[in-house]
Design a protein around this ligand. Sequence first.
Ligand SMILES: Cc1cc2nc3c(=O)[nH]c(=O)nc-3n(C[C@H](O)[C@H](O)[C@H](O)COP(=O)(O)OP(=O)(O)OC[C@H]3O[C@@H](n4cnc5c(N)ncnc54)[C@H](O)[C@@H]3O)c2cc1C
Length: 381
Amino acid sequence: MSGLYSQEHQIFRGSVRKFLEKEVLPNIDDWERDHDFPSEIFKKMGEQGFLGVLVDEEWGGVGGDYVLASAWCEEFARVPSVGFTTGVNMHSVVVTAALNRLGTTAAKEKWLERAVNGDAIGAYAFTEPGAGSDLASLRTRAVRDGDHFILNGSKTFITNGARADYVLMLTKTDPDAGFGGFTTFVVDCSDPGFKVARKLDKLGWHASDTAELVIEDVKVHESQRLGEIGKGWYYTMESLNWERMMLTLNSLGGAEACLEQTVQYVNEREVFGRTVGSFDNSRKLLASLWSRLRAGKAYCHEIIARINDGEPCVTETALVKQLVCELAIEIADRCLQLHGGYGYTTEFRPERWLRDLRLNTIGGGTSEVMAQVAAKQIGLY
Ligand SMILES: Cc1cc2nc3c(=O)[nH]c(=O)nc-3n(C[C@H](O)[C@H](O)[C@H](O)COP(=O)(O)OP(=O)(O)OC[C@H]3O[C@@H](n4cnc5c(N)ncnc54)[C@H](O)[C@@H]3O)c2cc1C
């Protein structure tokens, strides 16, 4: 048993597994094929309390901590569709959790209970066509107009962007104020001027929608925001840090599932009259991948425990994201190789794991940017 998780956490993981076996796994290949999943699954998850793990009880949530959220993410990540799992998790453990932590009372009253029930789906929009890694150069503007702000700009690569009912949108309220000039608004997607420009076709993450958004004179009441005006940059960094952990746990759970399935495969597949798993090179490779993943998991769990104790852990999060997300790609690739030609087909899991896990060294901050975040802290000039 992991040192991070108590018996209650393991029981919780068991109940998640049961739900997934009944409601998700029988449908997941269809959802991947359809490049979509039904919004009703959000409602079913809401009924189980899975969407409110990090939301206070007064808003209908579970009031759990980061360890519980981590147990959720790790178990959920075993579903072979990273598009589906991150689509749900961006809504629940990232967007809805940020709204719970930082939203004004007015914003919470409008969205939070509906988000926890699965009646209103959320997205987080930082990235723009000209501002990804260099997020501070974003151009979406929010200009005060009485007790409203008028928003103009565009966002891209937004997970749940097409299905969202509300979007946490990072804007510049004062372009001359540097990092003190950003504000995040809670934008109602049904407001005039909010448009989904297009859904993007992708290598993987097929079940989730990734959209480009255009915002033209969208009028948002000043009360519909996260925290204080001008402090959006700092809230964004806080949310991004946790999003990075979510993606790391996602890679961890996915790679673990992929490895387990591969061990089963090589134990059954026979060539030259013996199983693939009996070859020396297969055994050394699988043992090495397994031990490195275990080490990554221990590192990950240590950081979750520290975040749960209130430490920001920005450097450590960057380091562990880079480590685990890159390792997960290597694991999916090596597992595919161990399946031979079958591994290259869509009938076996590694090809999807490889396509899906590939994204996690890009989304939420690339591995190169993670290295930059960590560099100064580890003593590099
Ligand atoms: C499927 C998908 C889902 C996403 N979901 C969301 C979402 O929900 N919300 C959201 O806001 N964004 C989302 N993103 C955007 C994602 O966070 C960005 O793609 C990511 O931050 C990288 O930005 P970029 O794509 O503009 O790449 P760029 O910034 O253009 O980077 C290009 C290359 O330059 C490298 N690079 C950049 N800066 C440095 C540096 N200082 N040193 C060394 N190398 C550097 C990068 O590592 C990369 O290899 C999503 C992206 C995808 C593909």
